[in-house]
Design a protein around this ligand. Structure first.
Ligand code: PLP
Length: 471
């Protein structure tokens, strides 16, 4: 491709993206296809000669757009949102265009320093503790690819600290025990497994009727392990669980962790972003006592995937666990102690210039408009909750302080599952099923950028129509 072609097709591509996003409501939200159908629409073997831009774009229109799941659709109520925004898309494009690889300060100073600045901006905007700031004595923040990677690096730092660094030499994790609830995201167990902590060493702590961790159950589990000669080393407290948006009581959990010097990680993957609006700052209660914390602008802030913010108050443990310095990565800047090498804060070596999309979003859309979208989503969820609550066919099965509503039919699991299937099969909106203490529930998660009142009204009308009369 020549530079002239790049300019021309680049403009065409931006037009195509804008048209897609402006018209996304017209798409069938989830394609009606079977596994293998997409591949069958494309040639089995690679081309031997370069093709034209037009033929590639024709396949984008013919094959790609009709067979993706439309996460930006206004009736997207499944999982959690993965919303995006125009400034973020442009920031992503610029990152690809500049093509830098920011593994260390010296490999692209702006990539590192703008990222550090963004973490400090976000610490301020979310009103997180000062001990997470890059200028604090022991803390700092970094962009990870996902909340799963954030949990993993927290576990690795915790493992290093609990073994006084010995794990780096002997790899022995045999006596370490970790704690979370059945409501925590599966990435916590996956991270523990990767770190050599098998399921026999993971304690699933009881939760209360609102799906939040029971501090007394945590204390009892920790005490029993200590009495058995084991070493409690890691607790994950979730702020906004995936199934039902429950909030673990981090303050009380922190008391237990402090007593035994257990690493406390707070996973606030979606909900943490709500703290951009001052009235929702409660979502981060207790975080000032955590060793690490993660939240995802790629869920609810309009920054497209991937962008997880991870802060720690103990960067020495993180660096102890993750820095390895071969000769070819040495630099004067790092050795002077004045520069951050983010490769030591994450699992991979290489890293993209992800801070650009956050920087663009904050500067171009502005924080106030993001706050307004968060408020809108919460308010739409509360309206839906009041309509559901007034209809005696439904039961609301979990507290719903923000933008997730979990409901079920009084008639039981089968009826609830049938309703979920009916909603999704109708193809106008998309919801996810979960199971809460053995009971099926339909999750309605509101957070796509394009969702407005009319979409929630239409969703409610359809839900009410598809629900059988109370028996
Ligand atoms: N933690 C929680 C509470 C989540 O809800 C999710 C995903 O929905 C994750 C972690 C994993 O997020 P990611 O896809 O960023 O790894």
């Amino acid at each position: 491709m020549t530079p002239e072609d790049f300019r021309k097709h680049g403009h065409e591509l931006i037009d195509m993206i804008a048209e897609y996003l402006e018209g996304v409501a017209e798409q069938r939200i989830v394609p009606d296809i079977d596994p293998g159908d997409v591949r069958a629409m494309l040639p089995e073997h690679p081309p031997t000669e370069p093709e034209s831009w037009e033929s590639v774009m024709a396949d984008v229109e013919r094959v790609v757009v009709p067979t993706i799941t439309h996460w930006q659709h206004p009736n997207w109520f499944a999982y959690f949102p993965s919303n995006t925004s125009y400034p973020s898309i442009l920031g992503e494009l610029l990152s690809a265009g500049l093509g830098v690889q920011g593994m260390s300060w010296v490999t692209s100073p702006a990539c590192t320093e703008i990222e550090t600045l963004m973490l400090d901006w976000m610490q301020e905007l979310l009103d997180l503790p000062d001990r997470f700031r890059s200028t604090s004595e022991h803390g700092g923040g970094v962009i990870q690819g996902s909340a799963s990677e954030a949990a993993l690096v927290a576990i690795l730092a915790a493992r290093w600290r609990a073994t006084d660094a010995a794990v780096n030499a002997d790899g022995d994790t045999g006596r370490l025990t970790a704690y979370t609830t059945s409501q925590a995201h599966s990435s916590v167990e996956k991270g523990l497994r990767i770190a050599g902590i098998g399921s026999d060493r993971i304690r699933i702590v009881d939760h209360d009727d609102e799906f939040a961790m029971s501090p007394s159950a945590l204390a009892a589990a920790v005490d029993a392990d200590v009495a058995a000669g084991l070493v409690p080393f890691f607790v994950c407290s979730t702020h906004g669980t995936t199934s039902s948006l429950a909030f673990d009581p981090t303050d009380a959990v922190a008391d237990i962790c402090a007593e035994r010097r257990i690493w406390l990680h707070v996973d606030a993957a979606m909900s943490g972003i709500a703290a951009l609006a001052p009235e929702y700052r409660w979502v981060n209660a207790g975080v000032d006592r955590a060793d690490s914390y993660a939240t995802n602008p790629h869920k609810w802030m309009g920054v497209n995937f991937d962008c997880t913010l991870f802060w720690t108050a103990d960067r020495a443990a993180l660096l102890g666990a993750l820095s390895i310095l071969p000769e070819y990565l040495r630099s004067q800047a790092a050795e002077s102690g004045r520069a951050i090498d983010y490769r030591d804060w994450q699992v991979p070596l290489g890293r993209r210039f992800r801070a650009l999309k956050l920087w663009f979003t904050i500067r171009l859309d502005g924080v106030e408009s993001i706050r307004e979208r968060i408020r809108r989503d919460v308010s739409l969820t509360q309206d839906l909750a009041s309509w559901v609550g007034d209809d005696d066919r439904f039961e609301i099965v979990a507290p719903h302080p923000l933008n997730l509503l979990c409901l079920r039919l009084d008639d039981g699991n089968e009826a609830t599952d049938a309703l979920i299937d009916a909603v999704n099969s109708a193809g106008n909106s998309h919801v996810t099923r979960t199971v809460l203490d053995g009971r099926s529930a339909l999750r309605v998660s509101i957070g796509a950028r394009t969702t407005e009142r009319e979409h929630v009204d239409a969703f409610w009308a359809e839900l009410a129509r598809l629900t059988p009369a109370a028996s």
